[in-house]
Design a protein around this ligand. Sequence first.
Ligand SMILES: Cc1cc2nc3c(=O)[nH]c(=O)nc-3n(C[C@H](O)[C@H](O)[C@H](O)COP(=O)(O)OP(=O)(O)OC[C@H]3O[C@@H](n4cnc5c(N)ncnc54)[C@H](O)[C@@H]3O)c2cc1C
Length: 488
Amino acid sequence: MDARGLAGLLAPVLPARGVITDPTQLRTYSCDGLALYKVTPALVVIPETAEQVAAVVRACAEHDIPFVARGSGTGLSGGALPHADGVLIVLSRMRAVLEIDRANQRAVVEPGVINLQLSALTRPEGYYFAPDPSSQQVCSIGGNVAENSGGAHCLKYGFTTGHVAGLELVTPAGELITLGGKAPDAPGYDLLGVVCGSEGTLGVATRVTVRLTRTPEAVETLLAGFPDTDSAGRAVSAVISAGVVPAAIEMMDALAIEAAEAAVACGYPQGAGAVLIVELDGPAAEVRHQFEQVTGMCEAAGATEIRIAADDAQRALFWKGRKSAFAAVGRISPDYIVQDGVIPRTALGPALRRIEQLASERGVRVANVFHAGDGNLHPLVLFDDAVPGEAERAEDVSGAIIDLCIELGGSITGEHGVGSDKAKHMPKMFTEDDLDTMQLLRCAFDPTSISNPGKIFPTPRLCGEVPRRAHAADGAHPLVEAGLADAF
Ligand SMILES: Cc1cc2nc3c(=O)[nH]c(=O)nc-3n(C[C@H](O)[C@H](O)[C@H](O)COP(=O)(O)OP(=O)(O)OC[C@H]3O[C@@H](n4cnc5c(N)ncnc54)[C@H](O)[C@@H]3O)c2cc1C
C-alpha cells in the first residue's frame, strides 16, 4: 500500500477534517519557512490526539511509508519539508495547555501550542517560557523542541533543551513512550536530551512538559547606535568579558537597519552603521548596577547615541525592528536566503569583515542581524531571482559563510537546524565515524528510517539504505561486528 492508500485506512481513526487528499490543499503544505525547496506530500493528516498520531505512525510503520511531523511550518532549514511518497502529520490542532503546575514551575502542553501563547498564559501568574525565537508569535512548542530552538534571550537562559523536562513521544514503531517528567533528573541515558534537537527523526512529540521561568523583578533595555559593526563588536566583548550576562545582546548592521526602518519604522538612530539592543533582567539592584556598567562600555566603544527604554511600549519598539528583521528584508530585496551559523563571539569582527568581502567579490548584498552575545550569525543574503545568475551567486556566498563559520571554530547551524538544507555540510564538520555513530543512535529509534528521512544526514547514508561500512575494505562498524547493531 502507498501513502495515498492509507487515507481510506485512516479515515475511521481521524476526525473528518483530519485527512487531506485534495491536490490543491496538499500543495499548501509543500514547504516550511525555507520556500526554496518544495515537495507536495502524498497525504496530509491532522490528528487531534496522541492516540491518533500513534495510529497514523503505526499504519506508516506497517506499510513502510515515510512520515514527517509538522508544527507551524516556520522552520528555516527545510526540516518539515514533506516526503513525496509520505504522510505529513500536522500537529497544529493539538493546542491544549493541559496543566500549569506552579508548585513545580512546570507546564504540560500539547505540541501545537504556540510559543508566545504559553508565555501570555503564564505571565499573569509570574512565569513565562524563556526560549523566544523571533517567530514566537506563530511557531509551536513541538517545533521548538525538535529544532532545539533559540532566540534573543537564550544568551542568558539557554536553548529549548534546557527548558524541557519531559516528553511523550510516538516512536517510529507507533508506540507511545514517556521520556523524563517533572522530576529534575532520571537515571539512565539522557534520551530526552537526544530527542531535543533531533528534527523529527526520532518520532513525534505529542506532549511536552516544559520548565517555566519566573518573570524577573526588573528589566532594562538600551538601544545603542555605533558608527560600524567593529565598534559595536567591541562593546559586546567588553560587556561579556566584564562578567555581565545580559538577557540579550542583539546586533543589526546598516543594511538590516535600513530594511527594518522600511518595514516597521522603528526609529533606530539615523545614519548608524550598527545598532545593539542590550537587555538586562533580574533583581532590581543588580540590573541597575549592571546597566550603568553596560552604558559606560557602549560609550567607551564609540556609541554615537544611547537610548534607554522608558517603559514597556518603548522597549517593544526597540525590539520591533529586530524581531521583524527577517521579513523586513523583503522590503529592500525581492529574494533572500536566511543563513544560520555560529562562531566564537570573539571572532565576530573578522567574520563580519570576511562576509562583507565575500559578498562584494560575488556582487550580492548581505544584511547582518544576529545574536551577538552568543556568536549566532544570521546573514541575510539578498538577491533577485529575475537577474540571471544572481540566485547562484547568493547560494555561493551563503555556502561560503558556512565554510567560514567552520574555519573560525564554529558550527554550520546555530539554532535553525540542519534539515534538508544543510545535510550536505555535515561532512565538513563531522568525520565518517561521527556520522556513523549518529546514524546508529538514530537506528535505535527508527531502524527502517521512516521518521523524517532525508533530513540531517547526507544521503545515501540512511539506515536501511546503501550500508557503506558493510562494503568498506576496513570491515563493518565495530558495533555491527560485535552484534550490537545490525540495521546499518
Ligand atoms: C521570521 C522567522 C524568525 C525565526 N527566528 C528564529 C529564532 O530566533 N530562533 C530559532 O531558533 N528559530 C527561529 N526561526 C525558525 C523556526 O521558527 C524555529 O525553528 C521553530 O522552532 C520551528 O517551529 P515550527 O512549529 O514552525 O516547526 P516546523 O517548521 O513545523 O518543524 C520544524 C522541525 O520540527 C519537526 N517537528 C515539528 N513538530 C514536531 C513534533 N511535535 N514532534 C517531532 N518533530 C516535530 C519537523 O519535522 C521539522 O523537522 C525563525 C523562523 C522565522 C520564519
